[in-house]
Each structure stands twice: as C-alpha cells, then as structure tokens.
Write a protein that binds this ligand. Sequence first.
Ligand SMILES: *Cc1c(COP(=O)(O)O)cnc(C)c1O
Length: 393
Amino acid sequence: MTQAEEDAVTAVLRSGWLTTGPRVKELEAAVAAYVTPPAEAVAAGTADRARAETTPLHGVAVSSCTAALHLALIAVGVKEGDEVVTSPYTFVSTGETILYLGARPVFVDVEAGTKNMDPALLPSAITPKTRAIVTVSMAGHPCRAAEIAAIAHHHKLPVIEDAAHSLTARVWDVPVGTQADVTCFSFYATKGVTAGEGGMVITKRADWAERVRRLSLHGLSAAAWGRYDAGGWWEYDVTELGYKYNMTDIQAALGLVQIKRLHEMQARRHAIVSRYDAAFAGRPEIQTPTTRPGIDHAWHLYPIRLHLDRLRVNRSQFIDELRKRNIGASVHFIPIHFHPFYRDKYGYKPEDLPVASGEYQRLVSLPLNPRMSDADVNDVIEAVTDIAVANSR
Ligand SMILES: *Cc1c(COP(=O)(O)O)cnc(C)c1O
C-alpha cells in the first residue's frame, strides 16, 4: 500500500458515500477495459472467438471471487441436481460454490506442468447431467481455454473461468477475461490487485451481467445508489432470491489505485521470477515452473516442484527446513478431493486423480510479492539452494 491507496480511501470516507456507488462503477469499467483484447490482437486474428471484436465486456463488482463464482453459476443456469465439471487443483471456493446450488462438482485431472485442467480428460467427465464447466488458471498460468471451449461448444455448455490468480495473464496477447463465457477475478489481500476483499464477474453477455448485478443486491430491481440519488425513487421489487454480495466504494477506491500501479507491481514480480528461474535452473533437485509458448504469466505464485527421488527429505520437511531459515513457504493447494468433507461425501481416493495427487506431494510455493527486496530474494535463493544441496542424493 502506498500513499495513493490511503488518499483514495480517505477521499471515499470524506465523500459520505461508503457503499456501492461511483467508485464501484469506475472499477467495473477499469477492469473490463484492462481485459479487453488490444486492437492489434484482434487484427492479428488471435483474439479468441471472434465475438471479442465487437461485443463490449461487462464487469460486475462483488464482495469476493467466491461470490462471483456463485453468481456466475446461477447466471449460466446451474440448478440442483446438475453436474459441474471442474478442476481439483484449486482453492476450495471453486468446489463449494457448485455445492451452494445443490449441484455436484465432478473433478477432471490436471496437467502436471501447469496444474490446470487437462482438456484430453474433459470429454469423458461430461454426462447428460452436466450443466457447466468451471476452469481454473492456476498460479497465473492460463488454462487451455481454446481446447476447453471447443469441447464445451460441442456439448453446448457454458464455461466459467476461475481467474482469481490471473488478472494480468494473456494467451497470444489476449487477456484471460475473454477466454471463457464468464470470468471471475479476486481482489483478496494476497492477489495481484487487492481491494482488501472483493471480486468481479466479466462477461460479454449483457443479460448475465444484469442478472449477476441484481442477485448481488438481494435480487432488487434497482440498486440502492439509484434509489438514494437525487431524483431516485423509493419503490423497488424483489424479483428473485438474491444475496448480499455487493462491493463497497471503500474497496473499489483501493482497487482502482492498485490497477493503476499494476504495471509496476507486475514488473517486480517478473524480475523476481527471473532471478528464481536463473538460480534454480541448474539444481537437479528442483523443477522450476513451466510456461507454455505464447503465454504471459501473471506470476501470482511461484510453485517449484521437488524431485523427491533426488532428495533425502520430503516436501513437508523441505518447508520445515525453509521455516528454520526464516523463509515462509506454502503449498497451493491441497487438492479439493483430499479435504475430508469432499473425500467423505463423494468417496474420492487420491488415485482417482493421479496427476493432481502426485504433483501435490512435491509442490512448494516460494515467497513472491512485489514488496520483496533484492535481499529478500537472495535469502530465499540461498535457503532453497542450501537445503537442496545438504539433502541431495
Ligand atoms: C483466492 C481464490 C478464490 C477466492 O477468492 P476470494 O476473493 O477470496 O473469494 C477462488 N479461487 C482461487 C483459485 C483462489 O485462489
């Protein structure tokens, strides 16, 4: 956070308008503009699915990416008893929002390199009950949206992308926000752009955007700021069961400044990643993250994979050794089918999703954020190298 974020939030507090209002509208427009394919990409014909050229994108700000996923599922028509095909390699939001609707999450295994859904396995997961596909772009590496869209199109299924990690990610210059029918972003504290908490739905479908907006504020026919504005009117109708998922102007003001700083923050993430890649390239115990050709990686996370056959420690011990050297590391994520609630409810065994289960055992996310100094980066490199060398076999 810089002085600019503090000033923007203070201005909202002084304005007297705290909840959903003009700053939220601005953030919706800013994010929609940010993920609109650049003219050059459209001209070069790389813009995914030609509708991107002429159809403007709609953004609806909500209280979290979890709320965005929940409302996106409703908007595309998921109902009780339906199946929704998704990836196990994600944060639990992706699974739980499907369950909120009484639908069943059906997990498709991932590709080892990116931990994103493997499109080759998708067709066999689709049944007559399937109502939607939810893809995830893990760590900031876009999923195989074009292959998935082709399969979805064949089965007339909508695709929702959980792009919580991937606001700045691109595929052949096309931003992730246009690859799926609906894209959901997160402005949670640790994400690439934060509003403290927050989320956004991006879609080309004006009717879906309108529905999400209505559902995010109790299903009211007119938003509160329209009612209380000069010229506003007191009447409103509740047209369907809604939720309390709106974003505040305090959050949006913070998010707007962060978007302005995004270029600078991303440059720092990329610089840190280059240092890590160079430092670990020659270490046989460590595999650095994969980036497919044509991809601009958002680098939300830097997940290394341990070659466990070349180490005398397992992943947990490796993280413990990092902690002893004062380096905080984590694992993103424990696959959903490992969590007792999902495991017991659906009877999943690790071997049902062998790639996700196997990769999970060897992953370590190293520290990565724009506030890290060069000295911080050196500390991480030294600690990782030291542990790898000391425990090599
Ligand atoms: C953070 C995250 C979410 C949830 O975002 P919130 O804004 O905290 O609700 C969803 N999916 C993934 C993959 C995430 O990392």
